[in-house]
Design a protein around this ligand. Sequence first.
Ligand SMILES: Cc1ncc(COP(=O)(O)O)c(C=O)c1O
Length: 285
Amino acid sequence: MPEMIRDRVNEVLEENDSSSVILSTALSSYAIWKLYTWVYHHELSLSQRLRLGFFEFVKSLPIISGKVKEQVDAEKAEMAKNLTTAADKWISQIPADEMKDEDLIKLMKEYIDYDKIDWRGGRLSGTTFESNAEITKLCALIYPQFMLQNPLHADLHKGLRKIEAEALSQVLNLYNAPKTGCALMTGGGSESLGLAVLAARNRAHSRGIRWPEVIMCRTAHSSIDKACHYFRIKLIKVDYDYSSWTANVKQMAAQINRNTCLIIASAPDYPHGLIDDIQAISTSQ
Ligand SMILES: Cc1ncc(COP(=O)(O)O)c(C=O)c1O
């Protein structure tokens, strides 16, 4: 069979010189590869890209782009109005003269008084949760004693290192981690979620998955969108269940495929403060 094909190819190309055969083979292979990578784009499907391209084109038409700009400018003006106060004066340059302590304290008090909404009440989802004013006071007392210590220098700040190790062990125990479990102190919510996403992506890569995918409900925190963007991961978002308002487990299960490296559940979710059905999500397949 292979000889038959070879003879047939030689017969068809008999008239061509070998350099043009090599060149046209290389060029057509390159063109096929380009077409393939354009059609099978791991982050956005072909239909999504066609739709995006179409809307970009429509938005660039002068009659539409003028209207879009008008609305964007109006939104920006509204936002600026909500974020500033009538008393705003901006200190945009580093002051040449030293400020007196009492002036600085007075200025900071002014800034604190800008907040008109009672966020301390614990009723603003996704902001600050102060469960106990006494504990906050205690933290404020302890914090200054550590605020200049640099955890990078664990040999210098042994107490800080111990606090970190104890906190990590407590979290591992809370989650019933196996003996091989490990934990890492992070600097905030985005870094915590980002590193979890990165770990899942790296594990998928080590298992030969070239284009890992993450599945989450659209009620999960937007820092996952950011992490997937940074780490070049396809993010599949499903809806929430309209009766329980928690992640739609059926929709999640339908999106699982051999590229899935992580399924995200929220406890609690960002917009509603509700806990997804983690047990059902963890057993769905
Ligand atoms: C679940 C979750 N992820 C990420 C963030 C973002 O946190 P940060 O601003 O510390 O990066 C928050 C903040 O509220 C959060 O609640």
